[in-house]
Design a protein around this ligand. Sequence first.
Ligand code: DX5
Ligand code: ZN
Length: 220
Amino acid sequence: MKKAGISVSILDADLARIVNIVEEIEEGGADSIHLDIMDGHFVRNLSFGPGFVKSIRRLTDIELDAHLMVERPGEYLKGFADAGCDSLTVHLESDVEMASVLDRIDELGLKAGLALNPATELHKIESLAVRLERILIMTVNPGFGGQKFIGEGVGKIKQAREEISRLGSDALIGVDGGINNETGRSAAMAGADFLVAGSALLNSERLPDAIRKLRNECFG
Ligand code: DX5
Ligand code: ZN
């Protein structure tokens, strides 16, 4: 993922059309596909497992980012690495020893990310920030696509920008949840390096055009 990146969440995609959707994501020049992994415990929803990710990997060389909304992420890292993910983002709120989960992601040779729910305070990442490739600021409570962007997130993005430079971290800041052309612009102006967008893109008339438009409106 590069700065000014667009990542497409396929959580709400019509999976009967997934081959075409992946082609459209490539045509639109997106930087990555965001895979929302849910275990029915950390969030009250279920989504994809490693088998599905492996099938997506066969379709494309685009970067695959797994966002693990699961209670015990450590148990699934190898499975998602073997399935072909390029980065693994785990939640700070998962009840685990986070440093060892990040060690394991490093050992697997993947990029490590840490996601924060809207209610989680930023200072909690302090001791981990230097070893992260990305920080994912959630602007919805995770679990479902199509929710409304929580506006307070904008202040948190600004704060994250300041904090990571103060801490000497070069982590990218991503924003996930309720991103459309308007909210994405506020997030980008506040300092986001990449935006994750699902329903706004998937419900658009033409996905490749919507991806290009989002990039132009937010980072152009
Ligand atoms: C929420 C997920 C998000 C979400 C994005 O639990 O982590 O990635 O699916 O979808 P939209 O853009 O519809 O909020
Ligand atoms: Zn996500």
